[in-house]
Design a protein around this ligand. Structure first.
Ligand code: BG6
Length: 466
């Protein structure tokens, strides 16, 4: 649809930026922090681990000052569960609480809305060793952790996100399950426990922090059929429901998507539930939806001949396609990044419209951005017109979605500053702020404002992207 007049972003639009604890903080063993599954992560040869990362733990005030200079209205970050409860559900670590309290105070002082993700891929190792999310006790541990966060920060934080990309943890489980990749049956059991844990946290938030808002933050993208063949359309429906709608349907409506339940039954993956689980899921209602968007996916009808599941771009870490359900297909209309990620700004508009039509809840874009190599030039600058172009195109589509009627409350690009990319370390950078380090060489970790920093500053100032 063409609009003669575009609607503006709302006055209180949350122009933000995102990070996650284990990718940005470093200080992985400091001040009583326990180990998480990410601390055991084996990085590919030549790629950094998460021990130092961008050393945000020691640069926190400087980093918040940069956010303020950028003009951010919001900052989305995650709390490391292991800083608060080093072994997942035992003793509370006061020093961990103090770190996040000073970060939150610093943000509030500068009128930057803290948006807190409670759990971003970094399950405490002690819980993992006891079965992780497959063990029902982890639900209680998460509830305990949530209670501590709401008690301490409930008066200072208005926006909470329960879990980052639950659907990625289930569909691409390698990085979160050191030791052994669980079977699909086990993963859907983990998934059910995550749903119950999120529902408990949502109810608790509403009870303990009546002024706060809470929601999930899955990775949601529209799925296109490769052709107008009805069989491709069914495959696209299959994958969109399994990959995306399940994660909002359970959170919003408290019920498994019927198509997904039929799939789980067909495959023998149905999770065990306890009495009262479904009532609990139905009772917990999110106030808004977090949405991480990178690019749409295109699929075709499955052949069901043993070849439907394949490695994406030859990367065995990311398997796509599922036997008898869908096959991954190429989209000839889209360009890709140097790392093979598709670029589809219009797909963001499609995704936002679909999500809003289905759930009628305010949407916050909690991640979106371009990961690529950046070069620090001799004059000490980073010229990243490619990032500006990427974000500008996406912001424009977001405004079109707003003009289509979508209630979009904010946009938090990934990432505020360079941080450890999950598979490519510092080779692949996302930030508005360059962090001067390489994979093995920590250099001076100096913060350098990229060209995109100044461009985004202007967008925020004008509440507009021309
Ligand atoms: C999102 C995750 O899926 O993608 C982030 O929430 C991640 O943690 C981001 O960093 C970009 O992916 P990558 O693999 O380039 O780091």
């Amino acid at each position: 649809m063409f609009h003669n007049q575009l609607k503006p972003f709302r006055e209180d639009f949350l122009w933000g930026a995102s990070t996650s604890a284990y990718q940005v903080e470093g200080a992985y063993q400091e001040d009583g922090k326990g180990m998480s599954v990410q601390d055991l992560h084996e990085s590919p040869e030549g790629i950094t681990d998460f021990k130092v990362a961008s050393d945000h733990y020691h640069h926190m005030k400087e980093d918040v000052a940069l956010m303020s200079e950028l003009g951010l209205k919001a900052y989305r970050f995650s709390i490391a569960w292991t800083r608060i409860l080093p072994d997942g559900d035992g003793e509370v670590n006061e020093k961990g609480l103090m770190f996040y309290e000073s970060l939150i105070d610093e943000l509030n002082k500068r009128k930057i809305e803290p948006i807190v993700t409670m759990y971003h891929f970094d399950l405490p190792l002690a819980l993992h060793e006891r079965g992780g999310w497959a063990n029902r006790d982890t639900v209680d541990a998460f509830e305990k952790y949530a209670r501590i966060l709401f008690q301490r920060f409930g008066k200072k934080v208005r926006y909470w996100l329960t879990m980052n990309e639950q659907n990625v943890m289930i569909n691409h489980p390698n990085a979160m399950n050191p030791g052994r990749i669980p079977t699909k049956k086990e993963l859907y059991q983990q998934c059910h426990h995550m749903f119950v844990a999120s529902a408990k946290a949502t109810l608790l938030c509403h009870e303990m922090c009546p002024d706060a808002k809470i929601g999930p933050a899955p990775n949601i993208v529209a799925i296109y059929p490769e052709t107008c063949s009805p069989s491709d359309a069914i495959a696209a429906d299959n994958w969109e429901s399994i990959r995306c709608w399940l994660y909002y349907d359970v959170a919003v409506y408290g019920r498994y998507t019927p198509l997904v339940w039929a799939y789980l039954e067909e495959k023998g993956y149905t999770p065990e539930m306890m009495d009262g689980d479904l009532e609990l899921l139905a009772k917990a209602k999110p106030d808004y939806l977090g949405l991480n968007y990178y690019a749409t996916a295109t699929v075709s009808a499955p052949k069901n001949d043993g070849t439907d599941c394949q490695a994406r771009n030859g990367d065995q870490q990311v398997m796509v396609g599922e036997e008898g359900v869908y096959r991954a297909a190429k989209n000839p209309y889209l360009k890709q990044t140097a790392y093979g990620w598709l670029i589809d700004p219009i797909g963001l508009r499609v995704t936002l419209r679909r999500v809003y039509d289905r759930y009628h809840l305010p949407i916050l874009i909690t991640e979106n951005g371009l990961g690529t190599k950046d070069v620090l030039t001799e004059d000490g600058k980073v010229h990243d017109p490619y990032r500006i172009e990427y974000l500008e195109n996406h912001f424009q589509q977001a405004q079109l979605a707003v003009s289509d009627g979508v209630d979009l409350i904010g946009y938090c690009p990934w990432a505020l500053m360079d941080l450890v990319s999950t598979h490519q370390g510092y080779g692949k950078r996302y930030g508005f702020v360059y962090v001067n380090r390489e994979e093995d060489d920590m250099k001076d970790l100096k913060r350098i404002k990229k060209d995109s920093f100044y461009w985004y500053q202007d967008v925020i100032k004008k509440n507009y992207c021309s």
